[in-house]
Ligand binder design. Structure first.
Ligand code: SF4
Ligand code: SF4
Length: 667
C-alpha cells in the first residue's frame, strides 16, 4: 500500500490532464460550428464496428499491421481494467474489483496474461516495422517510439509486479497467471525485502507511466489514442456526396471558404487532431501514387502543426518567450491556410475520389476540407488554374463546360422520337442527359444506347432538351460555389415547374449532385443512375440481353457511383447478364478502386506533374486481362479511352459504357 504516493500521482496526473482537455475544448470552441446528424443507434453501431472491432484495420488491405494495431488497442482496453485494480491496491492491501473473487476474476487474470504477452509481441513487430522494414506510408518519429516504449513498459512492469508478489506468496490462484507464476518461480529464494522493493517499484513505475502517458497524448500525434473513439462516434452520417452549402447572401460574411483555421469546423479540427499518421490515405491516393504533390496524410500533419503553432495548450509561463499564444487565444499573426500552410498545387491535385477517406481507420474526411480551401482560393483570392477560367466561362454562358451552344443540347436525339417535358409534361421519368451525353460525340452514343433501351422497355420518359443545364458538379468541386448555386437553382426551378418526381441520370456526377446536393436548394426527387435503372428493368423482365458477347469484360468503378453512392453490384449484374461474357475483376476495385483522374473538376485541368492518373488506372485494369473495359461514367470513359489511345492499346482493349454493351446485346 502506498496511499500517499498513489494520491499524489493520481491528483497530479488527473488535474494536469483535466487542464489540457479544458484547453483543447477552448480551441474547438474557436472553430466554426457544425451541426451533426442525430442518430444514436447508428453512431453506437459504428463505434462498435469501426472503433471497437477495428473493422477498417482488419480489412484485407494491409491486414498484418492492422492486426498488430488492433491487438495493441484491445490489449489496452483489458489493461485499463487492471489499472483500476492497481490504483485500488495503492489504498487497500489485496484490493480486487468485486467480480475478481469469482471464476470471472480468474478468467480475467488469464486473459490479462495472454493479452500482455500478445501486446508485447505486437509492440516488438511495431518497433521492427518502424526501425527496420520502414514502410513508405509511415513516418519514423521519436514520439512513436516513445509511445511504444511506454506501452511495453506497462506490460513488463505488470509481469514483474505479479511475479514478485508470487515470490512473496501474496498473489492468489497463481495457476491463472502462468507467465507471472513462471517469473515468480525464478524469483523464489530471493530475500523478501528485495522482492518487496521489486514489486513496489514495478507498481509505482506502472502507475506513473499510465499518468505520464495519458498527459503526454494530447500534446503530440498520439492524441488519437483518446480522440479516435470520439471521432468515429461523431462521424459523418449525411451523404458523402453532399458538400456543405455556403450562404452567399449572408450580409455578415466577410470571406468564403476556409481562409484560416477558424474557418474550418470543430469537427474538421477533430479530424486533424485524430490523424494517426498511419499513411493509409496516402498510399490509396491516386494523386500521390502518380507523383503529384498531394499527400493527404501531410495535409493533416501540416494543419496540426499549424494548429499547435497558432494555439498553445500550455500557459506562456511554461512555454516562455516562444509562446505565440496563450489561454486558447488565436495568434495575432494570421496566415492563410493556402498558400501559406498548404500549397495550392496540393489542393488542385485532388480528384475528390474519397479513396483516402475509405482507407482511413478513424473516419477522417478530406474532400470537404480540400474543397473549402479551394473555395477560398477561387471566390476570395481569384486564384485557380488558368484553364479552369475558360471552363467557368463556358458554364456561365452556355451552361456546359465545352462552351457549345446551349441551343444544340438536344440535337443528338432529334431523329429518335424523344419527347421533351415541354411536349410531354406528364412523363413518368425525366432523363437528365447531362453535358457529356448532349455535347461530346463519344458520349452521345451512350445517350443513344440508353434511349434505345428505354424505348424497348416502353418507359414513359422525356428530356428537358434546351431547358436542361449543367448540374454544376465540377464548378462546386473546383470551388466556385457561386456558379454552382446559380446553375443548380436554375435547373431546380425548371424541374419543379414541371413537377418532376423521378430523375434518371447517366452521369454519376449529375446523379450525385441532383440526388445529394439539390435537396439543399429545394430540389427533392427520386434519382437513379442508369445502371441501377436498367438493372431494375432487367430484373423486372422488361429487357433481355440475347446477343452473345464472348469477351472478357472488366468493370471500372466510378468514384461518384461507388464510393459516394454505394452502387457496385448493379453494373456488374448487367454485364453478367450478357450471354457469353466473362466478367473479370481488377485487384483494385469497388471501394478500393482507383480513380480515373477526372473527378473534382480535374477533367477540366491540365495534368502537368508526374505520370497520368488514367495511365495508372489502365495498368490496374490490365491486371484483369480485359478485352473490354466497361465503365458507367462519361468522364471515366473519356479518361480510359485516352489512356488506351496513348498506350496504343485501342486494338486490344475496347472501352465502352455498360449501357452500350447491354443495348447491343438486346439485338
Ligand atoms: S480524395 Fe482522392 S485525390 Fe483527393 S486526397 Fe483523397 S485520395 Fe487523394
Ligand atoms: S488521415 Fe487516416 S489514413 Fe490518413 S494518416 Fe491519418 S489516420 Fe491514417
Amino acid at each position: 500500500m502506498f496511499p500517499i504516493t498513489t494520491t499524489i500521482i493520481l491528483l497530479a496526473g488527473l488535474s494536469f490532464f483535466g487542464f489540457t482537455i479544458y484547453r483543447w475544448v477552448g480551441v474547438f470552441q474557436k472553430m466554426r460550428s457544425q451541426r451533426l446528424e442525430i442518430n444514436l443507434p447508428e453512431r453506437v453501431r459504428g463505434l462498435f464496428k469501426i472503433a471497437i472491432a477495428q473493422s477498417r484495420l482488419l480489412s484485407k488491405r494491409d491486414f498484418w499491421p492492422g492486426l498488430m494495431h488492433a491487438v495493441i488497442f484491445w490489449g489496452f482496453c483489458v489493461i485499463s481494467l487492471r489499472t483500476i485494480t492497481l490504483f485500488g491496491m495503492g489504498y487497500v492491501e489485496g484490493f480486487y474489483l468485486p467480480f475478481m473473487h469469482t471464476i470471472l476474476g480468474d478468467l480475467y487474470n488469464l486473459t490479462l496474461e495472454c493479452v500482455l504477452l500478445l501486446v508485447s509481441i505486437a509492440i516488438g513487430y511495431a518497433f521492427y516495422r518502424r526501425i527496420f522494414s520502414k514502410p513508405i506510408r509511415l513516418t519514423l518519429s521519436w514520439e512513436g517510439l516513445l509511445i511504444l516504449g511506454f506501452i511495453l513498459t506497462l506490460c513488463l512492469t505488470d509481469f514483474i509486479f505479479e511475479g514478485a508478489r508470487m515470490g512473496l506468496g501474496e498473489a492468489k490462484n497463481p495457476m491463472w497467471s502462468p507467465i507471472s507464476y513462471l517469473l515468480g518461480s525464478l524469483m523464489l529464494g530471493l530475500p523478501p525485502a528485495f522482492l518487496k522493493i521489486v514489486s513496489g517499484s514495478a507498481y509505482l513505475v506502472h502507475l506513473a507511466i499510465i499518468l505520464v502517458f495519458m498527459n503526454f497524448l494530447p500534446y503530440g500525434k498520439h492524441f488519437h489514442v483518446i480522440t479516435s473513439l470520439i471521432n468515429v462516434f461523431l462521424r459523418r452520417l449525411r451523404p458523402y456526396g453532399a458538400l456543405e452549402a455556403i450562404n452567399l447572401e449572408d450580409p455578415n460574411a466577410t470571406s468564403f471558404g476556409a481562409a484560416k483555421l477558424e474557418d474550418l469546423t470543430w469537427k474538421q479540427i477533430l479530424d486533424v487532431a485524430t490523424c494517426t499518421e498511419c499513411g493509409r490515405c496516402t498510399v490509396s491516393c491516386p494523386a500521390w501514387s502518380t507523383g503529384k504533390p498531394l499527400n493527404p496524410k501531410m495535409i493533416s500533419v501540416q494543419l496540426q502543426e499549424h494548429l499547435r503553432e497558432q494555439y498553445s495548450l500550455l500557459p506562456s509561463l511554461i512555454l516562455g518567450a516562444h509562446a505565440k499564444t496563450n489561454g486558447g487565444e488565436a495568434a495575432t499573426e494570421e496566415k492563410f491556410l493556402s498558400p501559406h500552410v498548404i500549397d495550392p498545387e496540393v489542393l488542385w491535385s485532388c480528384t475528390t475520389c474519397r479513396a483516402c477517406e475509405e482507407a482511413c481507420p478513424v473516419m477522417i474526411e478530406y474532400v470537404d476540407r480540400i474543397v473549402d480551401m479551394r473555395r477560398h482560393l477561387v471566390l476570395v483570392q481569384g486564384s485557380m488554374p488558368v484553364e479552369v477560367q475558360t471552363t467557368f466561362r463556358n458554364m456561365e454562358t452556355n451552361s456546359n463546360p465545352w462552351g457549345l451552344s446551349f441551343d444544340d443540347r438536344a440535337n443528338w436525339c432529334k431523329d429518335m422520337g424523344v419527347k421533351t417535358l415541354a411536349d410531354h409534361p406528364t412523363a413518368e421519368v425525366l432523363y437528365y442527359v447531362g453535358c457529356a451525353g448532349s455535347f461530346d460525340d463519344r458520349n452521345k452514343k451512350i445517350a443513344t444506347a440508353l434511349v434505345k433501351i428505354l424505348q424497348k422497355a416502353k418507359v414513359d420518359f422525356a428530356i428537358l432538351g434546351k431547358e436542361e443545364g449543367c448540374t454544376g458538379d465540377a464548378a462546386r468541386r473546383i470551388g466556385n460555389e457561386y456558379l454552382f448555386q446559380s446553375l443548380a437553382k436554375t435547373n431546380i426551378e425548371t424541374m419543379n415547374r414541371y413537377n418532376v418526381k423521378k430523375v434518371l441520370a447517366a452521369c454519376p456526377h449529375c446523379f450525385n449532385t441532383i440526388k445529394n446536393e439539390y435537396p439543399q436548394f429545394g430540389g427533392n426527387y427520386e434519382v437513379m443512375h442508369h445502371t441501377d435503372f436498367v438493372n431494375q428493368l432487367l430484373e423486372e423482365g422488361k429487357i433481355k440481353p440475347v446477343k452473345p458477347l464472348p469477351k472478357r469484360i472488366t468493370f471500372h468503378d466510378s468514384c461518384y457511383l461507388g464510393r459516394y453512392n454505394g452502387i457496385y453490384d448493379q453494373p456488374r449484374n448487367l454485364l453478367k447478364s450478357i450471354p457469353g461474357a466473362e466478367v473479370t475483376e481488377a485487384p483494385l476495385s469497388k471501394d478500393n478502386g482507383r480513380c480515373c483522374g477526372a473527378g473534382g473538376g480535374r477533367m477540366w485541368m491540365e495534368e502537368k506533374i508526374g505520370t497520368r492518373v488514367n495511365h495508372k488506372r489502365l495498368e490496374d485494369l490490365q491486371e484483369a486481362n480485359p478485352e473490354i473495359i466497361a465503365s458507367a461514367c462519361p468522364f471515366c470513359l473519356t479518361m480510359l479511352k485516352d489512356a488506351t489511345h496513348d498506350k496504343h492499346l485501342e486494338e486490344q482493349i475496347e472501352t465502352k459504357d455498360v449501357i452500350e454493351i447491354v443495348a447491343e446485346s438486346l439485338g
